[in-house]
Structures are given as C-alpha cells and as structure tokens.
Design a protein around this ligand. Structure first.
Ligand SMILES: [Zn+2]
Length: 234
C-alpha cells in the first residue's frame, strides 16, 4: 500500500518566512523522501517525521526533483548512511557540486537577498548519487516523469494508485491557485510547457507542490489545460 505524508517545514530568514512541503512516500514500511528543503533543515525534518509518526530509520531513499531541493541531504546521509540518494542524469553534476548551482547563479543574477545567497552557498554536495531514468518505477505504482523547464533534468513523481503527482518546482500552489513559477525562475519556458503537456493527460486528482503544498481539484485536467494555454504570455 502506498501512502503520502506531507512535511511542512518553515524557512525563516530575515524578512523571508515561508513554508516548503517535501513529501514522504510510504510503501509498506519503507519510506522515500522527495526533496529535503534547505541546508540546516535536518532537525526540522527529523522533528516532522516524529510528529507525523514516521520512523526516520525506515527512510530508504531520498529522491531529488532537482538540486535546488537538496539542502539537507548531505546531513541526512552523514547521519543515516544507508539512505540512497537519486536524481536524474542531468542533475547529477549539480548534486555532486561539479557544476555551479543553477539556483545560485539565478539568485546572483537577479540580486536576491544576501542571506539567501549565503544559504545557497552553504549547500554541501554529495560524493555519490544514483541515476533515475525517465519513466523508471521506484516502487509499486511510483514513477519518475522527466519534467524539465524550471531546470534541465527536473523530475516529477507520479503515484498512480493514489492519483497524485509530486511536481517539485514545475507547479506552484499560491492562495489555492495552481500555476507555474515566475518567468525568472524557469530556465527553459518551452520545455516547461512541454512538460505540462506530458502530465496533462495523467489520471491525477492531487498535485503536491514544494511551494504551496497540496492542490486538489475535481477539474485538475482543465486547470492544467488553462495553464498551458496561458503559458508565459500573460
Ligand atoms: Zn527549484
């Protein structure tokens, strides 16, 4: 049986204060964490596991939708060395620190808050990571879907038995409205729209957004179609 448990983690930095929503996939007793948030978040993750009645010792894998969300992953594997970390082939050089973080590059380019830039610079990279292929099955009915756009090699995770998509940063939920991130956060707009076209026909009732958390709708297909039509034109 597959279940989802959403973690709610608070980032507080100067005037910045917002929640992020990594997700735990529970497959029988095995736990898989999708994304880890920001550096220094390990204690928050551990506390949320406890609050939600999850034993972190059952955490077998961490899947990164992309390197923006690797934050606490180094601390996690240092403390729990049996955890396997996985991401797409295109994201591997960033997760290993062999290529400069695209998020850091973006933040510097757009003059983001200095504290935020310093935090991105403090991310610790991994020594090894496993590759996930497009359409790979992670466990019963849990599938990788390559959804580039926000970044090359960004992936989403489709959980077919419970009609849910974990969308990383491909989609955001803001004030109960589903949408795509601002242009400046999308490195390839055409790829982003093509990724949405890939997921629009999936049987989905719920989307888990890293920014904004759960989005549920009876007309999810219509909501996605509207986003695709609107694109980045307005
Ligand atoms: Zn991102």
């Amino acid at each position: 049986m597959t279940e989802l448990i959403t973690l709610q983690l608070l980032l507080e930095m100067g005037e910045m204060r917002f929640y992020i929503y990594p997700v735990v996939v529970k497959n029988n007793d095995d736990l898989i964490l999708i994304d880890t948030g920001y550096p220094m978040f390990l204690p928050l993750i551990e506390k949320e596991f406890e609050t939600k009645g999850l034993n972190i010792r059952n955490l077998r894998q961490v899947i990164l939708t992309h390197h923006d969300h690797m934050g606490a992953v180094k601390d996690l594997v240092m403390k729990y060395p049996d955890i396997k970390v996985k991401c797409s082939a295109e994201q591997i050089p960033y997760v290993l620190g062999k290529k400069k973080s695209l998020r850091l590059e973006q933040a510097e380019k757009f003059g983001a808050d200095n504290g935020f830039i310093q935090m991105l610079k403090s991310v610790e990279y991994l020594n090894s990571v496993l590759e996930l292929r497009d359409n790979e099955i992670i466990c019963d009915g849990v599938k990788v879907i390559e959804t580039s756009g926000h970044m090359p090699g960004h992936i989403s995770i489709y959980i077919e038995p419970i009609k849910t998509l974990i969308s990383g940063d491909m989609l955001i939920s803001e004030g109960g409205v589903l949408g795509i991130a601002d242009e400046q956060f999308v490195l390839d707009k055409e790829a982003e729209i093509n990724s949405l076209k890939k997921i629009v026909n999936l049987d989905i009732e719920k989307i888990m957004c890293f920014h904004g958390g759960e989005y549920k709708s009876n007309n999810l297909k219509e909501d996605l179609e509207k986003i695709i039509i609107k694109g980045y034109n307005g």
